[in-house]
Design a protein around this ligand. Structure first.
Ligand code: KIV
Ligand code: ZN
Length: 518
């Protein structure tokens, strides 16, 4: 932490981001995202909150073991049990950080914790001391800091620094503050905490009033050196500060941020955004800054004319700087393995020979159906193959008959746990009919919570991508995705993908429990 202008990006997509309603991620998806965050070169990855579930603990341990580059962080309440589990999970990390929190605001003290100020300070200090005796980096968060009485906040911060905290994170837990107020609070901390020079100030802003990024930037202006954020701004309720917006604001407006910079690889931003969206099932709104589909699309004639004369007239960032792929025509059905491998390398995918073989097979099938294969088609194929869940139930055959005014008829054949099952039936529409049949064939009851379909690229022959969310019979919420040029087939694949995840998750939980005993 020696360049005074360097802003450290603390990514909490896998912890606070995963707290987005319905965005639960399995271990494999978390590892995939963590690897991509390392490619993106964030500084710290908050991998999870291990005490909350055996699955979370296992994911933190796996990331700590396998992801190189960023510091790996785990969250814990100011409670010995939480801290011990978090430390245990961080053990394999080359560089680990323990993140301890306890609420400090009056409303949380009185109504949530039922504890007086002195007691909160004592618990926070003891927890930090305990943690610091066991790991070199301890971050402390006074939860709901922005609604805490500033003098008490200063007191707690001074005490935890004394106890060994290396990073002090100031959360705007409920997204209540505004840029002026938050900037002043950060300024006040520098002015009133005597030993503040021994720690780094971090901020963690929520987006309830749509101000998370603005508040984070105001804090940077007043000396914060670490920003906590998530990819696509996902997180509790209205989400957290969006990583891509903070990085690009600092980069685009170097002039007003006095040369502050991050180490993030901007050209990896869109790829990371797409991966997080795919694995969490949280679709990015088209007008989302930096990564939305329309972020670089100019509709008005006046704007288009200006752009043709000089791009900078209407473009403050270049799409290619953030890896916003122009949907170029890249390959067709005569393209070979080598051309595919080259193109994938340009898109940032490094595949093993086995993975390349799988993607090549899918590519050939797609190229037979679709004349033009675009970069986004390839990315979707790769992401599907690399993060695919083992196919306990696999689609073998699908026939759909529909006619105006009549009931659709669906015939399905599945390969399920080594057996071939077939059935035929009807429903209110072909998707409903197919889902009912699958439920009967595999004897599972699920509830469809969300269903979305989008075309991966342009053109009438584009692949349709279905993203859905289902709730299993034990209340587990999972996301499924399916890709095909036939939207009914994509729907069936997405449903089976979600069901396979539930099957896989139960196996994973048993293993984690056996290994960890939590
Ligand atoms: O929003 C919050 O206060 C948090 C803390 C645990 C840092 O997420
Ligand atoms: Zn938070």
């Amino acid at each position: 932490m020696n360049d005074k202008n360097r802003i450290y990006i603390f990514d909490t997509t896998l912890r606070d981001g995963e707290q987005s309603p319905g965005a639960s991620l399995d271990e494999k998806s978390k590892l995939e995202i963590a690897r991509q965050l390392a490619e993106l070169r964030v500084d710290i990855i908050e991998a999870g909150f291990p005490v909350t579930s055996p699955g979370d603990a296992a994911a933190v341990r796996k990331i700590a073991k396998e992801v190189k580059g960023p510091t790996i962080c785990a969250l814990a309440r100011a409670v010995t049990k939480d801290i011990d589990i978090a430390l245990e999970c961080l053990k394999p990390a080359k560089r680990g950080r323990l993140h301890i929190f306890i609420a400090t605001s009056e409303i949380h003290r009185k109504h949530k914790l039922n504890k007086a100020k002195d007691e909160i300070k004592r618990i926070a200090t003891a927890a930090v001391k305990y943690g610091r005796q066991r790991i070199g980096e301890v971050e402390f968060s006074p939860e709901d800091a922005s609604r805490t009485e500033p003098p008490f906040l200063y007191e707690v911060l001074e005490s935890v620094i004394e106890a060994g905290a290396t990073v002090l994170n100031i959360p705007d837990t409920v997204g209540y503050t505004t840029p002026f107020e938050f900037g002043n609070l950060i300024h006040g901390i520098f002015e009133n905490v005597p030993n503040i020079g021994k720690a780094i100030i971090s901020v963690h802003c929520h987006n309830d009033l749509g101000l998370a990024v603005a508040n984070s930037l105001a804090a940077i202006k007043f000396g914060a050196r670490q920003v906590e954020c998530t990819v696509n701004g996902i997180g509790e309720r209205a989400g957290n500060a969006a990583m891509e917006e903070i990085v690009m604001a600092l980069d685009t407006r170097k002039d007003i941020f006095g040369g502050r910079f991050t180490n993030v690889r901007r050209d990896q931003i869109c790829k990371t955004s797409r991966l997080v969206s795919m694995l969490t099932g949280m679709v990015v709104q088209p007008n989302k800054a930096v990564v939305g589909r329309n972020a670089f699309t100019h509709e008005s004639g006046i704007h288009q004319d200006g752009l043709l004369k000089l791009r900078k007239t209407y473009e403050i960032m270049r799409p290619e700087d953030v890896g916003f792929g122009e949907t170029q025509l890249v390959l067709g059905k005569h393209s070979g393995r080598h051309a595919l491998e080259n193109r994938l390398a340009k898109l940032g995918f490094k595949l093993s020979p086995k993975e390349l073989e799988l993607v090549f097979g899918d590519f050939k099938t797609l190229a037979d159906k679709k004349k033009e294969v675009f970069d986004d088609d390839l990315a979707a194929l790769v992401e599907r193959e690399i993060v695919a869940t083992p196919e306990t139930h696999k689609l073998v055959y699908l026939r759909v008959l529909t006619e105006s005014g009549g009931e659709p008829k669906v015939t399905l054949k599945l390969r399920s746990k080594g057996k071939t099952l077939s059935a035929a039936g009807t429903g209110s529409g072909p998707v409903d009919a197919a889902y009912k049949l699958i439920d009967q064939m595999i004897r599972r009851r699920t509830r469809l919570l969300d269903y979305q379909i989008r075309s991966v690229t342009v053109g009438k022959d584009a692949q349709g991508e279905v993203t859905l969310k289902i709730e299993g019979d034990q209340g587990e919420v999972v996301i499924g995705r399916g890709l095909s040029t036939d939207v009914i087939e994509a729907s069936v694949k997405a449903y089976l993908d979600a069901i396979n995840k539930i099957a896989h998750r139960h196996r994973g939980d048993k293993k984690a429990k056996a290994a960890y005993g939590v």
